[in-house]
Each structure stands twice: as C-alpha cells, then as structure tokens.
Design a protein around this ligand. Structure first.
Ligand code: ADP
Ligand code: MG
Length: 210
C-alpha cells in the first residue's frame, strides 16, 4: 500500500495542498484512498467533507496519532497523512513505522528555507531515515518560474541530500479547487493538464516508494 507522510516544519508551505491533490491523483487512478488528518486545524478532513459525491472517493480520518491505523478499511490501498505545522522530526517518529515514504514541501523564500534546512537536518538523524528504510523527497511549491527567488530555491533544494521530486508552480487553481473539495486530477482541461505535468515525477517517485 502507498503510505505517504507529508510533513514540514513551516505552516503554509503546501502540506495540505500536497495531501489533497495527491489524494485526487491516487483516487482517480482507481486506488482506494484514505487521508489521515493529524492536524487539529482539520483542513484536509474538511476538504474531504466538501468533496462532491460524484468524484472519485477519498475517505478522511481525523487522528492525533497512529492508533487511527486500526480504523483503516481493510481494502484501503493508498494512505496519505497530513501533519500540523511545527511538528518536529522527533514528533513524527510514531508515524514512521506505518509509512513507506515521506514528502517535505518547501517554499522559495529565505525564512521558509532556513526552517526547512533545520527540519531536514533533524530528519536525517532519525534512524529510519539515516538507515535508508524511509525514503524522503522534497517538493518545491509555489514557484514562480523565471524569478530569481524560485531559481535560487531550486538550486538550493537540488543541493540537498534528499531528491527534489516536483516543482509546483504558484497557481490559483490550487486555492480554488481546495475550496471545492477537489484537486487537479479531477479535471482534464488543457490548463489544468499543464499543472498535472508538474506532478508527474512526484507520482512516479510515490509509485516507486509506495
Ligand atoms: N502551488 C500553489 N499555488 C497557489 N497557492 C497555493 C499553492 N500551494 C498552496 N497554496 C495555498 O497556500 C495556502 C497554504 O497551503 P496549505 O496547503 O494549506 O499549507 P500547509 O498545509 O502547509 O499549512 C493555502 O491557501 C493554499 O491554497
Ligand atoms: Mg495544512
């Protein structure tokens, strides 16, 4: 089963956006997809509650910790876990034995980047990560192509030990679709398809490590 933990030290860097859009990608690919919302703000859970019934289903469960794993439907074959801002690498430890991969979104701004580097340093020290049992990948989010800030962020992220598996552009579709309980993969228009392409390397990475 794909079981992917999404975490970052900063708020607002795209954790929930990553979770909800990945959920739509997997659900539309026919997987029985469950989102575990471990954030007390419940954004992913509420996104799921808004999701129209006629779209590929995503089940959301709220949780404070991995005890929720006992409630997973037996036929679930994709699991994505959303975590709150400010979660430290050590606080993630209880989840690690339940997941097969981890994604860390990062924004292209200096303040965010400083926090990301500290977080990645702490992650590298976790035994599951250090011993190579838990693959971790980075996702650059809210990029504005051709800006110096975005280019510098990509260079800096590529210099990290963990692979950079997606470069997602800043686009209002993400904000708009979040409000509708939808994601990019619920649509097939030309405009949306260009943004879906940004996700291809990430989806391939999840496929390999799911
Ligand atoms: N690629 C993007 N383009 C435009 N807006 C985005 C993008 N990613 C996230 N957002 C918006 O940024 C805000 C924070 O994203 P969110 O996923 O809630 O972050 P987090 O869960 O890390 O706090 C939300 O309003 C979301 O819609
Ligand atoms: Mg969130």
């Amino acid at each position: 089963m794909h079981a992917i933990l999404v975490a970052a030290s900063k708020g607002g860097c795209g954790k929930t956006t990553l979770v909800t859009n990945l959920a739509t990608a997997l659900a539309n690919a026919g997987r029985r997809t469950v989102v575990i919302d471990a954030d007390p703000q419940r954004s992913a859970y509420r996104w799921c509650a808004r999701r129209p019934d006629d779209l590929s289903g995503v089940l959301a469960l709220e949780a404070r910790g991995p005890a929720v794993m006992a409630k997973l439907p037996p036929d679930a074959d994709a699991l994505i876990i959303d975590t709150p801002a400010g979660t430290t690498a050590r606080q993630l430890a209880p989840w690690l034995e339940h997941v097969s991969a981890m994604l860390v979104p990062a924004l292209p701004s200096a303040f965010d980047f400083d926090a990301t580097l500290d977080f990645l340093g702490a992650l590298s020290a976790l035994p599951a990560v250090a011993e190579g049992r838990l693959p971790v990948a980075l996702v650059a989010n809210r990029l504005r192509p051709r800006t110096v800030t975005s280019r510098n962020a990509i260079t800096a992220l590529k210099a990290q030990y963990f692979p950079l598996v997606a470069q997602l552009r800043d686009n209002q579709s993400y904000v708009f679709l979040a409000g509708l309980g939808k994601g990019l993969f619920d649509y097939h228009s030309e405009t949306v398809r260009q943004h879906q392409d940004d996700w291809k390397p990430l989806l391939r990475w999840c496929q390999r490590h799911g």
